[in-house]
Design a protein around this ligand. Structure first.
Ligand code: PMP
Ligand code: GLN
Length: 401
């Protein structure tokens, strides 16, 4: 009889271990986002931890989903997603970035950016291969790389502006590199990868024949007049880049799980080969609604950006006032902050949830033990109403220096 069980080298064990979710005693913990949101609920704390907005998305996008359900759009959509959404995604890439895509072969709709990344990595990397990410990194990257059996190689980002050292980028690449994952604007640090680094990565990816998977879910959340530059628009990149994004952040619908991946037809074919066995298809009634959102006028995107910038400024000023030092946020939902009175962030983030009742995420959750991520830094999300941010920073006023 074959035993089916949690062998130490079982793929799921590799995934949770890679994501740092196995405690010393061998128990498997939930993700840091789930844990901290549960703590927020338990203590009635203000939740600046898990990055989801409290506001609803634009009414016409929400209404379009309701109408779709009432109108009978409730069965399996086509494997690549409804043509209407694929066309809207291609139009969006053309309108904002001048990228020209064939919606029939170069666009795939996925169950959130999470599935787009998972299917891309599982399609392109396996045992004996290496996948590069920056560190800190979004938690799902490590888990999926672990699941794929590939080796996870990281390049440190250095605060306060969270950029890499060029020499570290050079050193990370090898003949085994199959994929390099980029994420700009960056979760958790809010940094934007400078163009010279992007150009370096494109040249190295070409030299080693690696694919760039670029996670651009915060593409509409850049502040202070910055404009998003997809890596696929830079010379030499388009032929080897899969660009990933999602409706979650752009339309404040994190629960809808509509994402997409765009790129050369041959790479999209590889991703769909995996995606079709993961979820097959997803979110039929939401797809047309997201297409509606992608076609909204510039004022929608500008208002979203300006609202989040105002909230960033509110949180930044409040944290400074409460004695934190903060890293500058160029984009995303997040500010990285440290406070001399707090010590180890994994401990203090949990303690602050109870008293004074503010939830954040320890930055170390986005890195590996012994890695370059500061053990004392916290990530605060500002995608929350102004009064929640104001109350959170008021509660943080009385921390000991
Ligand atoms: N990548 C990054 C950098 C994220 O921050 C998130 C979620 N916040 C995702 C991917 C996942 O996006 P989705 O919810 O569309 O799966
Ligand atoms: N992306 C969100 C964040 O970084 C959380 C998503 C999740 O809970 N997996 O906070």
């Amino acid at each position: 009889m074959t035993m089916v069980g949690p062998g130490n080298d079982a793929p799921w064990m590799r995934a949770v271990r890679s994501a740092g979710l196995v405690s010393a005693g061998g128990t498997v913990r939930p993700t840091i986002f789930a844990e901290m949101s549960a703590l927020a609920a338990q203590h009635g704390a203000i939740n600046l931890g898990q990055g989801f907005p409290d506001d609803d998305g634009p009414a016409e996008v929400l209404n379009a989903a309701v109408e779709a359900i009432r109108g009978g759009v409730n069965q399996y959509p086509p494997g690549r997603g409804f043509a209407e959404l694929r066309e809207a995604i291609a139009e969006h890439q053309e309108r904002f970035y001048g990228l020209s895509l064939d919606p029939t072969t170069e666009v795939l709709v996925t169950a959130g950016a999470t599935e787009a990344i998972a299917a891309s990595l599982l399609a392109l990397a396996g045992a004996g291969d290496e996948v590069i990410t920056f560190e800190p990194f979004y938690d799902s990257y490590a888990a999926i790389i672990g699941l794929s059996g590939a080796r996870h190689v990281t390049v440190a980002l250095h605060g306060p502006d969270f950029q890499p050292e060029p020499a570290d980028i050079d050193a990370a690449f090898s003949h085994r590199t199959r994929v390099v994952v980029l994420n700009s604007p960056h979760n958790p640090t809010g940094s934007i990868l400078e163009r010279e680094h992007l150009e370096r990565i494109i040249a190295l990816a070409a030299k080693h024949d690696a694919v760039i998977v670029s996670d651009e879910v915060y593409e509409h959340l850049l502040y202070d007049e910055r404009r998003h530059v997809p890596v696929a628009t830079l010379p030499g990149a388009a032929a080897r880049t899969l660009t990933v994004s999602s409706a979650a952040k752009t339309f404040s619908v994190t629960g809808w799980k509509i994402g997409w991946v765009t790129g050369p037809a041959s790479l999209i074919d590889a991703v769909i080969a995996v995606k079709q066995w993961l979820t097959y298809v997803n979110g039929a009634p939401f797809q047309g609604a997201v297409a509606r959102g992608l076609r909204l006028g510039d004022d929608y995107f500008e208002t979203l950006r300006a609202t989040m910038q105002r909230r960033r400024d509110l949180l930044a000023a409040g944290l400074l006032n409460a004695g934190f030092s903060i890293a500058p946020t160029a984009g995303s939902y997040f500010i990285v902050a440290e406070h001399a009175g707090l010590g180890d962030a994994a401990t203090s983030a949990r303690a602050l949830a109870a008293d004074p009742g503010v939830v954040s995420i320890p930055l170390s959750a986005f890195g590996r033990p012994g890695g370059p991520v500061s053990a004392s830094a916290l990530r605060f999300a500002f995608c929350k109403p102004d009064d929640s941010i104001a109350e959170a920073v008021r509660r943080l006023q009385n921390l000991r220096p």
